[in-house]
Design a protein around this ligand. Structure first.
Ligand SMILES: [Zn+2]
Length: 69
């Protein structure tokens, strides 16, 4: 699925944040301060859900799995 940035109109694979039904790309979101708003869950601003997996999360999972095993 292709998203279109609500601020600059560029198409992208995945938005950084969503504002209601609108998708905003990473560079526009950072410039507009939407990343911070998304973290705080201010108004309709949300961090895009499918961007959850990060390297830090993988590390945490590995450590946790070792401890659990
Ligand atoms: Zn944009």
């Amino acid at each position: 699925m292709t998203y279109r940035c609500a601020l600059c109109g560029r198409s992208m694979a995945a938005p950084a944040v969503t504002v209601g039904q609108l998708a905003v790309g990473p560079s526009c979101a950072r410039r507009a301060g939407l990343i911070e708003l998304g973290r705080k869950r201010a108004g309709f601003v949300r961090l895009f859900a499918s961007m959850k997996p990060t390297r830090e999360d993988d590390k945490t999972m590995d450590l946790f799995a070792e401890v659990a095993a």
